[in-house]
Write a protein that binds this ligand. Structure first.
Ligand code: UDX
Length: 438
């Protein structure tokens, strides 16, 4: 099937390559010539495991191309909208400028029977507005909403073998049947493999996405709230999470306490959800999301306070090694990264911060050039007065406390992700501090 994907950022680049890998003929359209050039050469413009491989393999088949020209979308039967919906400047709402611009630019190239498929995360009500716009254009095209649940670091796998599919369809039964048939053709491989598919209206499909992210954020802030209590009660939140996680109704996943969530989705999505609920006169229904956000931001502060306390009340000119900058491992993304924030705050208090990360240094330099960086972990650790682990890359989990003790000035480690074994580190002579652990 011929598909176009409008917007080749994180979501669109992965979606384009994955759809081509599944056998579709895909053209990705983006306004950024640099991005188009990289993708056309089979290079991912960001770090994502598995993406370069499928860009190259799908590219070699001739089924995948990228362009800055919206005209190239003409002739595709399904057009995915995969542009960003960032947090608007000066407010908590989602900025829909890019979504509207993409649809406006696409409309002249649509043909009767084409399907425009929204994948971007949007406030509930957006799809109905866009559908009216497409209808009024007289193009004869239809709109469906098909939210995306991919996780960075697993984006290719999540796209090719999703946990579930959600199709938000037009209200008119004939239009809905047409849209559904096209979506079923697009996702034939996943559907044949038995992937559950929830068929709904636009507004439910839009809400599914924000509800899923709100739930995940709530789960993380819940366990971080328990960490705050564990800290004053001298209890261990990691054992608490194990114990409650064995209850299948609760589940252990997303119950890792630490310095909290970040990234391009969860923080801005819960804020936009609150803002939209307020617009709809139901702010109180999701008022708890403000608390989720507040708990989350407190964890970064807690980390900074732990460092300051552990260093005797002031960090001025103390060398603090920050292990990790990305908002999570297997990513070079530092958008709203708690790890980068901790590094910035410590630097702001006068610490001599040396931060390292396997992939996220270039993006961090762009945002926070005042920090000290070292690409080599051993260089970063040399002579440290305090080591903080803030992104749980495998190579930091695997650090050897015995060998490391020789490199630092003071064997003090603060594990912001609770991934190290306190006993092993203490046995090697380190002062080990975790988050919500005695
Ligand atoms: C998230 C959703 O998981 C995904 O379904 C949606 O499509 C986009 O947003 P992503 O932003 O890639 O995906 O990251 P995710 O794996 O959800 O992690 C988000 C943040 O939560 C990270 O900063 C991570 O470190 C943190 N986290 C996660 C915790 O602090 N504790 C946990 O137990 C799990």
């Amino acid at each position: 099937m011929r598909l176009s994907v409008i917007g080749c950022g994180y979501l669109g680049a992965v979606h384009s390559a994955s759809m081509a890998e599944l056998g579709h003929e895909v053209v990705g359209v983006d306004v950024d010539p640099g991005k188009v050039q990289a993708l056309s050469a089979g290079q991912a413009p960001f770090f994502e495991p598995g993406l370069p491989e499928i860009l190259q393999s799908a590219g070699a088949t001739g089924r995948l191309s990228f362009t800055t020209s919206m005209g190239a979308a003409a002739g595709a039967r399904v057009h995915f909208i995969a542009v960003g919906t960032p947090q608007a400047r000066g407010s908590n709402s989602a900025d829909l400028t890019f979504v509207d611009a993409a649809v406006d630019a696409l409309i002249p190239h649509l043909q009767p029977g084409d399907l425009v498929v929204g994948k971007s995360t949007v406030p509930v009500g957006t799809a109905a507005r866009l559908a009216a716009k497409i209808k009024d254009s007289g193009s004869g095209a239809l709109l469906a909403w098909n939210p995306e649940f991919l996780r960075e670091g697993f984006a290719v796998k999540d796209t090719i073998t999703p946990d579930r599919l959600v199709f938000g369809l037009p209200a008119d039964p004939e239009d809905a049947a047409h849209a559904r048939a096209l979506l079923e053709e697009v996702y034939a491989t996943a559907l044949a493999a038995g992937t559950p598919c929830v068929v709904a209206d636009y507004q439910t499909a839009e809400l599914v996405k924000v509800a899923a992210n709100a739930f995940l954020a709530t789960k993380i802030s819940f366990i971080n709230a328990m960490a705050e209590i564990a800290e004053v009660a001298d209890a261990d939140v990691t054992k608490l999470a194990d114990a409650i996680g064995y209850d299948a109704r609760i589940g252990r996943r997303f119950l890792n306490a630490g310095i909290g969530f970040g990234g391009g989705c969860l923080p801005k999505d819960i804020r936009a959800f609150s803002a939209r609920a307020e617009e709809l006169g139901r702010g109180e229904s999701v008022a708890f999301l403000k608390e989720i956000d507040a708990i989350n931001l407190r964890r970064r502060q807690r980390m900074v306070d732990l460092v300051v306390d552990a260093l005797g009340g002031q960090v001025f000119q103390k060398k603090v090694t920050v292990l990790g900058l990305a908002f999570k491992p297997d990513s070079d993304d530092v958008r709203d990264s708690p790890a980068l924030d901790v590094a910035v705050q410590l630097n702001g208090r006068g610490a001599h911060v040396i931060a390292t990360d396997p992939e996220a240094i270039p993006n961090s330099i762009r945002l926070q050039p005042q920090l000290g960086f070292a690409t080599d972990t051993a260089d970063a650790l040399h002579g440290a007065d305090c080591v903080v682990l803030v992104t749980e890359w495998q190579e930091y989990r695997d650090l050897d406390p015995v060998a490391l003790k020789e490199q630092v000035r003071t064997p003090l480690i603060i594990d912001g992700r609770n991934v190290l074994d306190p006993e092993a580190w203490r046995a090697a002579g380190w002062t080990y501090l975790g988050m919500g652990r005695p």
